[in-house]
Structures are given as C-alpha cells and as structure tokens.
Design a protein around this ligand. Sequence first.
Ligand code: GLN
Length: 260
Amino acid sequence: MSAAPDLVIGVLLPDVLGTYSDAGNAVVLAQRARWRGIEANVLHLSADTTPPAGCDIYLLGGGEDAAQLFAIEWLAGHKALLRSLSDTATTFAVCAGLQILGHTLTDEQGRNHDGLGLLDLTTAPRRRRAVGEVITRCELPGVGLLTGFENHRGATTLGAGVRPLGQVLSGVGNGATSSGGRGEGAVTDRVVATYLHGPVLARNPALADHLLCRVTGHRFPDADLPDLPDLPDLPDLRRAYLSKTPRRHARFLAHRTPRS
Ligand code: GLN
C-alpha cells in the first residue's frame, strides 16, 4: 500500500467551472510540489461526487453565469467542505470561482443571488465585457508581475475584509472603481482569488510557489528546481506575455522574472 500523499489538491467542479482550463492550475501546483520532493495528489471533484473536506488546497475555476449559480448551490449543500474552505484549507479561485465566494452576485437582469460569503466582496455586471490580456503588479511579497487573460462581465467591489491580489497595469481586473484604485483579485489568510486565466499558475510560477508555501509552511527557492531540458523556456514565454503591456508600463518589465 502506498503512503498517504503529503499534499492533496482538490479541483472543485471541473465539469462545471472548467470553461477556461483553470484545472491546469492543479497540474502546475502538483508538479512544482513533486519537484521539491513533496508527494502530491490531485482529486477531480465533479458534481456527481461527495467532495472530501480534508484536502489541503481547493481550486475553483471560471465558468458561465448559469454554471456559477449551480456551483453556489452545490457548494452550499456540502457543509463539511464549506467549513473546511472557511476555517482550515487554502482556496485558490479564478474568476467565477472568485465571484461565487463573495456575498452577492447581481445578474444581467438585475437580480441578486447570494454567494457563499467566504470573501468580503460583491459582484455586479459591467456595461461591457472585459476581454483580453492583463498584467498586474502582485501585492504578495516576492511574486512580482502577473500575466493572464480575462473574460468576464462581472465587476467586483472589495470590502474591508479582503485586500486586492494586485494592481492592474494593463487590462481591467476587478473593474469596480468604487472599491478604490485599479485592484485585481482578492486575498485573505485562507483564500487567494483572481480574475486571471492562463492557466494563471502556468504563466506565473511564483504565484504557484506562494500557494505551496501557504499550504506547506515552507518557502521554495528556485534553486530547488531540477534542470528542465524538455520544457519550453518559460521565462521567455513570460517575457513575451509581459511585453504585450503598453509602452508606459515597460519600466515594470525590469522586475526580476522568476525561473520557470
Ligand atoms: N460568468 C462570469 C462573468 O462573466 C465569470 C466568467 C469567467 O469565469 N471567466 O463575469
């Protein structure tokens, strides 16, 4: 019998919130953990399963408005899981995943829907959909610039109980100026949430390592990584994405780009 894994990653509702391939974030987390000698297991917890409450980290991805209302109902029906999301586990949520963790969601007809209330934020439709490449300056220490793409109608207003994940250099992000500045995403002690797809952890390995650090309590310097001769040169790919920024933001490109 094989030993219990050190790290269990639960991908919540990949069949419902899987429109933007955000489940790829689990692949990145698990592989970067394994490269550091951590045994990692990924569980795909689709709508027809009873989700375990004991995963170390749960991932939520993006999806359509109807899909995210279903996701709220499904998650609200699994109380032990919800307690774990609120009290013990780490959650990494993308776009619809971010929105459903908030207090309320307003739909395009102006109807309010209760969210799960794990994040102090609310979401309401923008006039126009936000679609395109985004670059932010991440506020988590050591993470640097984030690159990703956004595709959402919702604009999110942060309350005092969360802080933004980053400040938008290019793109829309949370898109609600009433919440102050040009914030993107939301962070608490238990949750890191963002509008960025990519998958965002593939484009931004330093954010993946931040999550691993949260979950394991260890910092993971790049020097821990093996040589990766068979992979494309990820720092070059990052530079290519980051170079899509308007010229007025080019000075931020001087930031150190973490290795792969
Ligand atoms: N349906 C939500 C919106 O349009 C979220 C979209 C997404 O997850 N990319 O705002």
